[in-house]
Design a protein. Structure first.
Lengths: 115, 114
């Protein structure tokens, strides 16, 4: 079963616009939520991550919003640029038991930013 | 360059064959993870090794096996290959067991089974 659900599957945004990608999870034991960015022919690269003790984390143009009660988190890309065109994955994990370090990924969102 | 090296980059093989994918982790990283990326399943965790020992297993088929050697490089062995095994296989490494920091992916091996 998909432990992390991600939407939308694809997103087209104009340059300078805001890109928003949403994720939801069921397992309340998750305590670390990273976002990965993947360009064609490359592996996923860590973009930004958050722990559930904060509701928002910002790094440059990228912001994660986290809603613990709703079990949802989202990535906002401000002032989207053509260079941001990539596939974005949300993920979740927890530091315990036999699954230490294992990442549960969403299905990905293909973002296209038009110039 | 992420520091995680995977070879080969591309592999084309026939059904029923066996292949070995290799991963060299980032310098100093002790943990290696293998993931499979396919269109229908997305990114799926296969197996994790830490300092030579298996630590966690995901939905890895019995036809697949892996190991981590004393020099910390890892190999993923896929046997009796089927068309459905065609996918991108990624290796990732991290400093310690269960570390959520510095979880770095390689560029992957694209396996095509014909």
């Amino acid at each position: 079963q998909q432990q992390v659900k991600q939407s939308p599957q694809s997103l087209i945004v104009q340059k300078g616009g805001i890109s928003i990608i949403n994720c939801a999870y069921e397992n309340t034991a998750f305590d670390y939520f990273p976002w990965y960015q993947q360009f064609p022919g490359k592996g996923p690269a860590l973009l930004i991550a958050i722990r559930p003790d904060v509701s928002e984390k910002k790094e440059g143009r990228f912001t994660i919003s986290f809603n613990k009660s709703a079990k949802q988190f989202s990535l906002h890309i401000m002032d989207s640029q053509p260079g941001d065109s990539a596939t974005y994955f949300c993920a979740a994990t927890y530091d315990r038991g036999s699954t230490l370090g294992r990442l549960y990924f969403g299905r990905g969102t293909q973002l296209t930013v038009w110039p | 360059d992420s520091g995680v090296t995977q070879t080969p980059k591309h592999l084309i093989t026939a059904t029923g064959q066996r292949v070995t994918l290799r991963c060299s982790p980032r310098s100093g990283d002790l943990s290696v993870y293998w993931y499979q990326q396919s269109l229908d399943q997305g990114l799926q965790f296969l197996i994790q090794y830490y300092n030579g020992e298996e630590r966690a297993k995901g939905n890895i088929l019995e036809r697949f096996s892996a190991q981590q050697f004393p020099d910390l490089h890892s190999e993923l062995n896929l046997s009796s290959l089927e068309l459905g095994d065609s996918a991108l296989y990624f290796c990732a490494s991290s400093l310690t067991w269960g570390s959520n920091y510095g979880y770095t992916f390689g560029s992957g091996t694209r396996l095509t089974v014909v």
